[in-house]
Design a protein around this ligand. Sequence first.
Ligand code: CA
Length: 229
Amino acid sequence: MAAQVLVVEDEPDIRDLIVLHLQREGFQVRTARNGADALRQVKASLPDLVVLDLMLPEMDGLEVCRRLRRDVATASLPVIMLTAKGDEADRVVGLELGADDYVTKPFSPKELVARVRAVLRRARPPEGPTAFSVGGLSVDFGKRQTAVGGAPVALTPKEFDLLRALIEAHGRVLSREVLLDRVWGYARAGEIESRTVDVHVRRLRQKLGAEGRRIVTAKSVGYRFEEAD
Ligand code: CA
């Protein structure tokens, strides 16, 4: 079945351009012209991915992203942001809020389609072991679900990928650079600040509650996962 993409953009020319290229590549596309409409549509029927412009009337894209991440039902929904060229602050904030990737305007539709494919590919269930549990923590890699003490935890796609990378390292320390590469992708590793990793780790620890202590800081290097109680 074709993946469904919700495109949120108020400028008709840009919106039409994105829709055209996504449809041409076989995606099912829906559109929203503002943040409130986007949130309504997502609630009514969950798409596979959202392409979200930051510059929207009334509620901006950052706020839309923040609200998606706050809701358990949409916390794991992949989001690609469209940001203005040179607006590094927006990009950093967007990634910290849980966007999965970004494309800078003016963009090539080809690049956007490639990003959509890459994010959807990473969101797919992986091969290999499908589940992991230690102490009160259980992770289903196939369904991308996490629970602590039996209660579901709403992780964003990046928080989930981060947890998975740490678990799969079996206690080895992973540097911020390695985590950037594994979780955000090689192409982005040079552009995204390592601070983004720290922000995600902090949030991941908070969400895991008592099990958050398993993510151990290796001073000035990176992080590792502690299996021992
Ligand atoms: Ca716009």
